[in-house]
Design a protein around this ligand. Sequence first.
Ligand SMILES: Nc1ncnc2c1ncn2[C@@H]1O[C@H](COP(=O)(O)OP(=O)(O)O)[C@@H](O)[C@H]1O
Ligand SMILES: O=C(O)[C@H](O)[C@@H](O)[C@H](O)[C@H](O)COP(=O)(O)O
Length: 201
Amino acid sequence: MDAPSVLTPQRNAGQKASEGDRMTEDVPMILVMGACGVGKSTIARGLADRMSARFIEADDFHPADNKALMAQGIPLTDDNRWPWLDAIAADAQSRPGLSVLACSALRRVYRDRLRLTCRPMPIIHLHADADLLKARVAARRDHYMPPSLVQSQLDTLEPPTEDEMACILPAFDTPADIVARASGFVIRHLDRASIPAAVRD
Ligand SMILES: Nc1ncnc2c1ncn2[C@@H]1O[C@H](COP(=O)(O)OP(=O)(O)O)[C@@H](O)[C@H]1O
Ligand SMILES: O=C(O)[C@H](O)[C@@H](O)[C@H](O)[C@H](O)COP(=O)(O)O
């Protein structure tokens, strides 16, 4: 198995869009990000179990209008995404303790938006090529996301940069392997106080 590709952590640069915007306490959150079908929900759920953390599914926070657009094969705009991201952050903030979020968070500015309140925010970036993503999305039933949106997701994707405390993992490994590597990365990079005692000790 290849070693995970690790980007150097740097907690502050780019992480606070504006101190003045912050209204309440920061909460730690692990972001599992990437394009549709890459395995965010599967891995984030497993990682939350492993980390004794709360699982948050970003899809649950899309307004019905956003889901209707995507179901028609229309990519979301930034304006469609801001209220969605803010609702996710507000939910994370509403309960103390570590959470694991499954969220595309494709652009740097979206992650900056989450980091207004969700900090520290280590990132697991799942990576796969278009063919694997299309196959997974096409095989999924009862989901609004069509395979035709995979390319737009990849075109929009801005991989995390060196200051974002991120780890890139290939999405074709088994979920158990990905979760094991992701939890190792998080435990090495997250400050001790943010890790639940059951995992830390
Ligand atoms: N590591 C994996 N190996 C094989 N199949 C996977 C893996 N991760 C996810 N899947 C499957 O791929 C599909 C998309 O996964 P999902 O977690 O819904 O992705 P996302 O949340 O990124 O859209 C699901 O059918 C899921 O069971
Ligand atoms: O920002 C977006 O364009 C959407 O959030 C999108 O990235 C997300 O992927 C969909 O909600 C589909 O859900 P899955 O990612 O679970 O397929």
